[in-house]
Structures are given as C-alpha cells and as structure tokens.
Design a binder for this molecule. Structure first.
Ligand code: GLN
Length: 535
C-alpha cells in the first residue's frame, strides 16, 4: 500500500513549499523509496501554459508536453521521479473534469456540489498517480490555509485519510515563525492561528516545518508543539538559506526529517541516507575558482522566476566548472539603450531566451549581433535561436527586413514561419510542438561534440514557428550550420556558426533537463567557453 504525504502552507505565501516538497521527495528517494510528486494549484485557469510569466514565473514543460507551474521544475531537479500529465492540477482542470462527466450523464441528474463532486475528483487525481511500484505520493496543496480557493482541497485531503486509513497518511504544514527585530523574539502566534484553521477543517498536522530567520531553541520548539498539539520532535526548523536553495535538503536531514517521515509512515524497508554528492555540490558552490558574467536577455528579465530553469541550469553548470556564474538580467526592450549595450559587450557569455507573443524583437536581434560580431559565447534558446537566424539573414545574407511571420506577417523574407504538415511554408496553420522529442545532430558539429558524440538527444520543445526551408540552401552555403534537425531532417532544431568562438542556437529548451549534479551539456559547454573569454 502506498503512503500519502500532504503538504500545506500557512501564514504567508512564497514560503518555498515547492522546494520543501522537492527536498522531502529527495530525502525519501535516497532512503530507497519510490516517490511520486504532484501539485494542486488553487487558481481557476484551465491551461497553465497561458499564464503570464510576469505573474506566475516560468511555464514549465514536462516530457509528455504538460505545461505546469514552476514548482514542478524543483521536483525534477531534486528527484528522479517521473512527472506526467497527472502530476499537476489546477482547480479549473478539476472543475472541467466534473463538467465533462456531467455532460456525459455520469451523475445521473444528481445535484453537483463542491462536496462530494469536486472533492471526489481531487481524491481521484491523488489516487491516480499511484503506480504498482509507488511507495510514497507527495501532494503539494498550492496557496495558503485560509484561502477560499484552497478549501475544497483541504476537505479532500481530510477525507482521504478516512478512505485509506490515517496510518497511511501524513499531514505536513509549512509555516512561518517571524522574528521581531525590535523585541528580538520569535513569534509563534501566526502559526498557532494557521494550525487552528487547519484543525477547524479537521486536519491535525503531524509535522510542522518552520521557516525562520533564526534558529529555534528547544524551548521554542516545545512551545510551538504544545500550542499546535504536535510533539516537539515533529517541529522541524527550516532556517532561511541566504546562500543556496540546494542547502535545504541538507538542513532538513540535519533536523532528522527523513527518519521522522519514515517512522511516522511506518515504513521499515529503507536504506540509510547518503547525501555525500549533494554535500560536495554545496561545498563546490561555496568555493568557486572562477567567476563569469552571463547576460540573459529576455522579455521578462525583470522577473527572476520567469527564467527559473535557465538560472538553475547556469548554476548547475557553474558548479561543475568550479565557477560562480553572475547573471545579468537584461530586459529585451532595454538592449537598445547604450548602457545595456555596454553591459552586453562586457559579458563573458550571452543567452537570448525563449518567448511567446513578445511584442517586438529588436533588442534580441541587437543582442545576437553583439555576440556574433564580438565573438562572445552565445546560446539562443527557442525564440533565441529564431532571432539568431533572423539577425544572420539580415546582416550577413543581406535579406533585407527578414523576420519571423510571428512578428511581421508581410516580411519580404519570412525566414521563420509557420509550416504545414509537409513542413512547407504556410500563412495559416502551423501546429504547437510541445513536449520531448528526438533531435538528431550533424556528425562533426559542435553540438555533436558537446553531447559526447551522441547522435541523438531527447529534448523538450514548446514552439509553433520553424525555420522556413525555402531559405535552406542559401543558409547552407554560409557559415551558419544546421547542426540539429528532426529525424526526417526537415525541421531545423539547432544552429551554429563555423567562424565564431562559441555560437549555438537550439529550438528546444535545454534548461528543463538540467539537474544540480547532472548539468545539461549545452550549459556546461557555454560556461567553459565563458571561462575562456574571462581569462
Ligand atoms: N514564439 C516562438 C514560437 O512559437 C518561440 C517559442 C519559444 O521560445 N520556445 O515558435
């Protein structure tokens, strides 16, 4: 029988519930358990792919093409668990399933209500991800206890213990213990209220994970435990990590959370915990031997979370290369200002990010020009690759006003355009390519080398526009090489310049496949190239 862990959040939002769930998943996986992770988001949106990165952070893409909240990125970076379409649910999607059932007549005319119909649907979505080999399911409930939107989820997870037995369920509440500087005191009252609210719903948390600025004394833990009806050993401190998020699992382990989880879930067949590779990771992060500056040009560069996976992938690559990566975030529209151009010229590497529906791409085109003309290592991702093609078409091949039809429908040179099912240019149509697929590298190309001479890779895509094959010959006679294509070689998925230090563009999103101890080869190669330019 699988065991179920439910993680709720209290007092304030943005406590790092996703990171905590990912860390719990990692600790259990390393105790030898088969873990699955899942998140319920309280918002009504049906399609997470349409959420603005400025409000919600990056849209994360799974192998199977599901678009999700960025927390699922943490799950994949910390654990090896497989995430699929049933790992992420918004309230809108839950309601949609209920509406579809009603349309199919499955409720036989009964009145449809939040309890039991919505709550049953939530419970089914939890049960659905239990596989034959699953030991533990970790379910993150988005939002904060007390939110109107989260209420049906709280009710559903309360009922869940009735269905499967309390001994198979564990409720973890992540909360904030604020430190009042004037009084020099930690305040436990908000947590008492938050747990009080949970208990009103009928949930008594088994474990309290306390986010705090300063360490909790034994007395403070005992006091929190007493007021919240939790034994002192189940009041776990999670102190702020001013250095790196990758310290979170280590500190939870030091606070003996892994053993507490195993004991409380009555799991016996576990192995002892070995986090030595993770410790080494954090120690390398703390002791870099080089430093490089990487400029990331993006529409939402003002919002860090909009490029979460790119930032993490740079950090992973930096650790492997014993290098501290300083990221300069450059909003695309500011590139045309002289001080931003100066910053780009000084950078050791430039990344031009992907984007959907950006209003203009002049800043991105200029960033590519700076990288290309000054031999600055360059990585173009998604739209970043497309823009590199447009820049080359305009400034090297002299195709005046070349563009993507996404930005100029009437461009005389639609080098990036929508393609029909035969991969030929079309004005209407074009399909969204979403999820992981095989890409094939050209023998002897730079990317072929970077991927350890593997000829294929399985990478995640999310785009609609493609390179227009009408221009293929013209490009193939130039220094721009098409180094990655679809298996039928009809879709261009990677480019590079033969007369440049390090200039690569890929249509896919390598950042989604990078893990702290297994950095993505493209990011690693970029950082190595950046180190060379910094010396
Ligand atoms: N907007 C572009 C397209 O749809 C690029 C998307 C991306 O950056 N992944 O093709």
């Amino acid at each position: 029988m699988a065991k179920f862990i439910f993680v709720t959040g209290g007092v304030v939002s943005s406590l790092g519930k996703g990171l905590t769930c990912a860390s719990i998943g990692m600790l259990l996986e390393r105790r030898g358990l088969n873990v699955r992770l899942q998140k319920f988001d309280p918002y009504i949106n049906v399609d997470s792919g349409l959420l603005s990165p400025a409000q919600h952070g990056e849209v994360y893409v799974l192998d199977d093409g599901t678009t999700t909240d960025l927390d699922l990125g943490h799950y994949e970076r910390f654990t090896n668990t497989k995430l699929t379409w049933d790992s992420s649910w918004t309230t809108g999607q839950i309601y949609q399933r209920v509406f579809e059932k009603e349309r199919r007549g499955e409720y036989q005319g009964t009145t449809i209500q939040v309890i039991p119909h919505i709550t049953n649907e939530i419970k089914q979505c939890i049960m659905r991800i239990v596989g034959l080999d699953t030991d533990v399911v970790i379910t993150e409930i988005g939002g904060t206890v007390g939110d109107i939107e989260s209420l049906p989820h709280m009710e559903a997870i309360r009922q869940f213990a009735l269905d499967v037995g309390k001994e198979n369920c564990l409720y973890i509440h992540l909360t904030l213990i604020p430190f009042l500087k004037a009084a020099k005191e930690l305040k436990t009252k908000p947590t008492q209220y938050s747990v009080g609210q949970l208990r009103q719903i009928g949930i008594q948390p088994d474990i309290l994970i306390c986010r705090t600025e300063v360490s909790l004394s034994q007395d403070e833990r005992a006091k929190i435990g007493l007021f919240c009806n939790i034994s002192t050993d189940a009041v776990i401190e999670e102190k702020d990590k001013d250095f790196s998020i990758y310290e979170v699992p280590l500190s939870l382990m030091e606070n003996k959370l892994d053993q507490l989880l195993v004991d409380k879930l009555h799991i016996t067949n576990v192995v002892s915990l070995d986090l030595s590779d993770w410790r080494e990771l954090v120690s390398k992060l703390r002791n870099p031997q080089h430093e490089v500056k990487v400029a990331v040009v993006g529409e939402f560069a003002g919002y860090r979370d909009a490029y979460k996976s790119t930032y993490e992938a740079l950090e992973h690559a930096g650790v492997q290369c014993n290098t501290q990566v300083r990221v300069l975030w450059i909003p695309s529209r500011d590139v045309l200002q002289s001080e931003m151009r100066y910053e780009l010229n000084k950078a050791n590497a430039i990344i031009v990010s992907g984007s959907f529906g950006e209003s203009e791409i002049d800043g991105k085109i200029e960033s590519v020009r700076i990288a290309r003309e000054n031999n600055i290592p360059f990585l173009g991702i998604g739209l970043g690759m497309q823009v590199a093609i447009i820049e080359f078409a305009r400034n090297v091949l002299h195709l005046e006003n070349a563009n993507s039809t996404e930005y100029d429908k009437d461009t005389p040179h639609p080098v990036i355009a929508l393609l029909d099912e035969h991969h030929t240019y079309t004005r209407n149509g074009g399909k969204l390519k979403i999820g992981a697929d095989t890409t094939v590298f050209k023998l002897g190309s730079r990317v072929h080398d970077i991927y350890d001479k593997n000829q294929l890779a399985y990478e995640r895509f999310r785009h609609r526009y493609e390179f227009n094959n009408q221009y293929r010959q013209q490009f193939e006679r130039s220094e721009m090489q098409f180094s990655a294509t679809s298996p039928d070689s009809l879709l261009v998925q990677g480019i590079e310049l033969s007369n440049h230090n390090w200039f690569v563009g890929v249509q896919y999103h390598p950042e989604f496949k990078s893990q702290p101890t297994k950095p993505h080869p493209l990011f690693k190669a970029l950082i190595n190239a950046a180190i060379k330019t910094s010396q």
